[in-house]
Design a protein around this ligand. Structure first.
Ligand SMILES: Nc1ncnc2c1ncn2[C@@H]1O[C@H](COP(=O)(O)OP(=O)(O)OP(=O)(O)O)[C@@H](O)[C@H]1O
Ligand SMILES: [Mg+2]
Length: 448
């Protein structure tokens, strides 16, 4: 920008010089003509007035009168053609000594007139008048130099002001660029100081809120990762405990019963049929318990019915399982508006969200009744509502792995999850768009 202004300045200076030269040329020309006419009048007036004087006196008078005239030089010659000497040399004022090229640009062609000096019919000499544009050119040069100096000073002042102004405008932009580089390097602590300009202050404020949002997202991701890791550990610990506490005694009992049967079979006396039947019945009961435990465990790790039976049936099975495990709570479901499936990931998301919402309702709300409703809506959307009549959401409730996991799953499918107080109890509203799953890579969504 400064170079552009400089270029415009130079152009303006060149134009001004051109205009000054053109004006000066015509002005000097006019001046010379006027001076020539005036001096001719002066010479003839002098001759007329001094008709009675002697020729020498007349020539001297004439010489004196025309001495020091501006713009013209008058040389007085006597009858023999000799120059009548001037009493004192001509003084030039205000010499600016313009350079030759300037003189050559402005100076008009020199004019010379010879006026005969005639007294009483006799020629006593000649007045040779020559135009002298130097004075005028000196003046123009002086004027041009002062004007150029003034313009130069103004231009320098303007450039300095522009430099300062651009500096003020560009400094915050440099700050923004530096901040963006910091963000690019994943340093989300970058913040911009509010600049003086209102427009740039808005940009700085937006930048700061983006950086803030990024650092919050990173913190949330870190939290989630830590929760995920500890959840995996918890899950493994719970599974190990379950295997130890539930399966261990069953296996021990099976072993004891089998050993008893082996002992009876190896005895010399005939085996007691009633005892054998009792051992077999015990073994069968324990195997039944192991099967139930095994099913529960597998179901918790991965709902095996999912993908094999329609989604509404899977959800009915889930509700039945909850009813069996939580005898103090009624579970009701309405899944008529659901299709048979929406792809593995969507189905699993629906299943896990309902499962977690019902767990929360029992665990935190101590609900007496939980109602689940899921249906398709216009624009290929699934709407799921889980409502309970429990204690409701505490204002300062924490966000655990359950809620954040649901949000992650739903968010990954482009849906939304809202947890709200239902007066009474709690209501979870979930919206999931469907139909795009096959065109997207959803393999990254974990089955926690
Ligand atoms: N139906 C509900 N009724 C009352 N409070 C609820 C309900 N659902 C969630 N909350 C509150 O929200 C909090 C967060 O729930 P979230 O499922 O994220 O974590 P959590 O259940 O405490 O732990 P987990 O990670 O095992 O799920 C709960 O601790 C509870 O205070
Ligand atoms: Mg939970």
């Amino acid at each position: 920008m400064i170079l552009l202004v400089l270029a415009i300045d130079l152009l303006a200076a060149l134009l001004s010089c051109g205009v000054i030269v053109l004006n000066a040329r015509s002005a000097v020309e006019v001046e010379m003509k006027a001076a020539l006419a005036n001096v001719e009048l002066l010479v003839s007036d002098t001759i007329d007035l001094a008709q009675s004087a002697s020729p020498e006196t007349l020539l001297q008078t004439l010489r004196l009168r025309v001495q020091g005239l501006r713009h013209v030089r008058v040389t007085v010659l006597d009858a023999s053609g000799a120059v009548v000497p001037a009493p004192s040399p001509r003084l030039r004022r205000d010499q600016h000594d313009p350079p030759r090229w300037f003189v050559a640009l402005i100076a008009p062609a020199t004019r010379q007139h010879e006026l005969p000096i005639v007294v009483q019919g006799r020629s006593i000499g000649t007045a040779r008048i020559t135009t002298q544009p130097r004075d005028e050119i000196d003046e123009v040069w002086g004027y041009a130099v002062s004007l150029s100096l003034a313009s130069l000073l103004v231009s320098l002042g303007l450039l300095a002001a522009l430099y300062v102004a651009f500096g003020r405008v560009l400094a915050p932009l440099t700050q923004v660029a530096d901040g963006l580089t910091q963000l690019e390097r994943q340093d989300y602590t970058a913040r911009l100081a509010p600049p003086a300009s209102r427009e740039l202050a808005i940009i700085a404020a937006r930048f700061n809120s983006v950086a803030q949002a990024l650092s919050e997202t990173r913190a949330a991701n870190g939290r989630l990762n830590r929760q995920l890791l500890s959840a995996q550990d918890d899950e493994r610990r719970a599974t190990a405990l379950e295997l130890h506490d539930e399966f261990g005694p069953c296996l021990f009992a099976l072993e004891a019963n089998a050993a008893s049967v082996i002992r009876m079979a190896g005895a010399v006396a005939a085996p007691d049929r009633a005892k054998l039947t009792q051992r077999a019945e015990e073994i069968s009961t324990i195997v039944g318990q192991v099967q139930t435990l095994n099913r529960d465990l597998l179901n918790r790790l991965r709902p095996h019915a999912l993908g094999q039976v329609p989604l509404p049936d899977c959800l009915v099975l889930l509700l039945r399982d909850f009813t069996r495990r939580h005898s103090g709570t009624d579970f009701a479901g309405a899944f008529d508006g659901l299709g048979s499936g929406y792809g593995d990931v969507t189905d699993l998301t629906v299943f896990r969200c309902i499962q977690e919402s019902m767990t929360n309702a029992v665990r935190h709300g101590r609900a007496g009744r939980v109602t689940v409703e899921a249906h398709e809506e216009a624009h290929a959307r699934l709407v799921i509502t889980v409502r309970d009549d429990g204690g409701g959401i505490a204002p300062d409730h924490r966000v655990g792995l359950g809620l954040s996991g649901m949000r992650e799953r739903v968010g990954a499918l482009g849906g939304t999850l809202v947890l709200d107080n239902g007066w009474p109890g709690t209501v979870v509203r979930i919206m999931i768009p469907f139909g795009s799953e096959r065109s997207e890579d959803t393999s990254a969504i974990p089955d926690a």
